[in-house]
Structures are given as structure tokens and as C-alpha cells.
Design a protein around this ligand. Structure first.
Ligand code: KG4
Ligand code: ZN
Length: 335
């Protein structure tokens, strides 16, 4: 058996990341340079600043990933890169770096969908078994994805408005917490109790779609109303109540889809997968499902990284997919 080594590159948002993955399963090196500090004072990611940081960081991160792996480009089989979706100026830096490397070292180039990457982060912890269902919850996406085999993605439900991470970040901003707000709300929720009654958007019966903008507005209204009445609301309780509503809907819909589609595995994916409340609630819920294995990646593989891009790239490479030097960043790429 000949081992396969893929170098992954990810620059779709505010993380410059390069990783080398062996046989789609084993992390050889994994370097992530976060720009969060530079965006914090603006309360969110500023696209122009993100692009500039990627330009500055790319070669450094690449060199570190090669050094950590103690490898040269001759040892690699392909270069995989996030083609989209994401910020176009940010994606372009990764795509151009990947094209330059592929051209210079005569290596195959593989374009990867960012969400496929998040899902395939799970392949770095366990072998995937089909059919499976993945709950993808990130800053830009909230989707239930059904996979009958490798590389086949059927979106059976998605958000009609805000993504889960977006709702976390917006609620956090209302509570004057720094960007990104998800981890702060997560911490506060653990200190508070879900005593405030907030809505849950179930939508039509049997719908696997989501909606979080009503919940976000309810949180803002609760704060304003309390302010006007001169009441004080414990922010930890508000965080706990908001989180309880998000988790209730995510877990209930995921469980009901897992049942209907008779899947073998349920995968958690995306930045919000780092949420401790969500992880615990899913683990609790899927104890009831004897035939379903629940996979939850470690925190470092939930938020943006390049190991997940190399893992997804490995599947495409094995299937014979090849990109070429005309590859372009595609901010609206479909799964
Ligand atoms: O996947 P990701 O790193 O970037 C995108 O592709 O969007 O996800 C970032 C999102 C942010 O909205 C952030 O607030 C959220 O993930 N997030 C969390 C937690 N850690 C990160 N949300 C809730 N709880 C967390 N612990
Ligand atoms: Zn992401």
C-alpha cells in the first residue's frame, strides 16, 4: 500500500491554515494563524483586512506546516484548497497559493467546498459509515446534510435566515461581548439558568429547516423591555435561555432526521460544534439511539482549519477529481 499525502490550504474567512494529512485520516501537521485580534475592534470580520492578513501569513504558515511534517514537496501527492464559499478576497489568496504550488511542484490541484471540509473533519477522528447525517453549524451555515456515500451531499434542511453562529455573534454583540461571541455565550450559559422563556422556531411539521432571526430579536426585546421597566436581567440567564432554545431545535431536528433517514452515523461539524452545551445535548440525545454512532470532532477541528480541507481533498483525489490552473475563488460555491 502506497501512502497518500495531501497538503490542504484554507483561507475562506479569518483563519490562514495549512495542513498535511496522510491517507485522508491522519494529521501530520496542522497550522492555523488566527486573525481574530485584528477584527475584534470592528466587531466582526473586515474582508479587506482578512485578505491582507492572508497575504502576510500564507508563506509563514506554509513553511511551518512543512517543517512540522519534516517533509518536502516531493513527498506530496496533491494540493487541496478551499475554493468556496467564503469571502472572495480571502479565498483568492488560498486559491492562488495553491495554484502556484501545484504549478511549481507539478502536483495535482483539488478544489474543496468549505462545508465538505467541515464535515470531513470527522474523518480525522473515525472512519465514516454511510448513510450518514451531518449537522453543520458555523458562522455562515446551518444545514442538515445527508450523505449516502463519499462526496455525495444532499442538503435536507437549512436556515431560512441567520446561521446559528451568526445568531450567537449577534446576541453576543447585544450583550457587549467581544467578537466572536459564540465562545463567550457558551461560557456564560454554563453559569446561568435557562429561566427566560424564548421562542423556538419549529417551522412546518417535518421541516428540517431552521430559523434563528426571531430568537435573536426576542433576546434583544427581552433586554430592552427589562431596561424600560428598570429591571435587571442576569446576562448569564439570558445566555443560558438563548442557548437552550438554539440547542433544543438543533438536537430535536437532527434526531428526527437521523431516525427518518435511518443513518449509521451522525456527524457534528462547523465552528458552533465547539459549543459545550450542544455537544453535551447531542451526546445525551443519541444515547437513546443504539444503532447510530455520534461523531464530534475535538474543538480544534471544529473551527476553521486546513486538515479538514486536506481530508475532504483526499476523498476527491482518490475519486479522480482534478482541478486545473484556471481554478478561481467561488464565494457562492454550492455543496
Ligand atoms: O466554522 P467557523 O470557524 O467559521 C465559519 O465557517 O463560519 O465558525 C465560526 C462561528 C462563529 O460564529 C463563532 O461565534 C462560533 O462559530 N463559535 C461558537 C463557539 N465557538 C465558535 N458558537 C457557540 N459556542 C462556541 N463555543
Ligand atoms: Zn468554517
Amino acid at each position: 500500500v502506497i501512502d497518500q499525502y495531501i497538503l490542504g490550504i484554507e483561507t475562506s474567512c479569518d483563519e490562514t491554515a495549512v495542513s498535511i494529512v496522510k491517507n485522508g485520516r491522519e494529521i501530520i501537521s496542522n497550522v492555523v494563524a488566527s486573525q481574530i485580534e485584528s477584527h475584534k475592534r470592528f466587531g466582526g470580520v473586515v474582508p479587506e483586512i482578512a485578505s491582507r492578513h492572508h497575504v502576510e501569513q500564507m508563506t509563514l504558515v506554509l513553511e511551518e506546516a512543512m517543517q512540522q511534517a519534516e517533509m518536502t514537496f516531493k513527498d506530496l501527492d496533491a494540493i487541496a484548497v478551499t475554493e468556496g464559499p467564503g469571502l472572495v478576497g480571502a479565498l483568492l489568496i488560498g486559491v492562488n497559493a495553491a495554484k502556484a504550488l501545484a504549478f511549481a511542484h507539478q502536483l495535482p490541484l483539488i478544489g474543496v467546498h468549505h462545508i465538505a471540509g467541515h464535515i470531513y473533519a470527522n474523518q480525522l477522528i473515525s472512519e465514516l459509515q454511510f448513510p450518514l447525517l451531518s449537522l453543520v453549524v458555523s458562522g455562515g451555515h446551518t444545514e442538515l446534510v445527508y450523505m449516502k456515500e463519499h462526496g455525495s451531499f444532499e442538503v435536507i434542511g437549512e436556515t431560512l435566515d441567520d446561521a446559528a453562529g451568526e445568531a450567537y455573534d449577534k446576541v453576543a454583540r447585544t450583550l457587549h461581548l467581544p467578537y466572536p461571541g459564540g465562545p463567550h455565550i457558551d461560557r456564560m450559559a454554563a453559569e446561568g439558568s435557562p429561566v427566560i422563556n424564548l421562542p423556538r422556531a419549529w417551522l412546518e411539521p417535518d421541516s428540517y429547516n431552521f430559523s434563528f432571526s426571531g430568537l435573536k430579536s426576542a433576546v434583544i426585546n427581552t433586554l430592552h423591555n427589562a431596561e424600560q421597566r428598570g429591571e435587571v436581567i442576569d446576562p448569564n440567564d439570558l445566555a443560558a435561555s438563548f442557548q437552550a432554545s438554539v440547542i433544543d431545535v438543533l438536537v430535536t431536528k437532527t434526531a428526527s432526521a437521523a431516525e427518518k433517514y435511518k443513518v449509521k452515523q451522525v456527524l457534528l461539524a462547523g465552528g458552533v460544534a465547539a459549543n459545550r452545551g450542544l455537544r453535551a445535548a447531542l451526546e445525551e440525545k443519541f444515547k437513546e439511539f443504539q444503532d447510530v454512532e455520534l461523531l464530534i470532532p475535538p474543538l480544534s477541528l471544529c473551527t476553521d482549519n486546513a486538515a479538514m480541507i486536506a481530508a475532504a481533498g483526499s476523498v476527491l483525489f482518490t475519486k479522480g477529481h482534478r482541478g486545473n490552473l484556471r481554478m478561481n475563488a467561488n464565494p457562492g460555491l454550492e455543496l
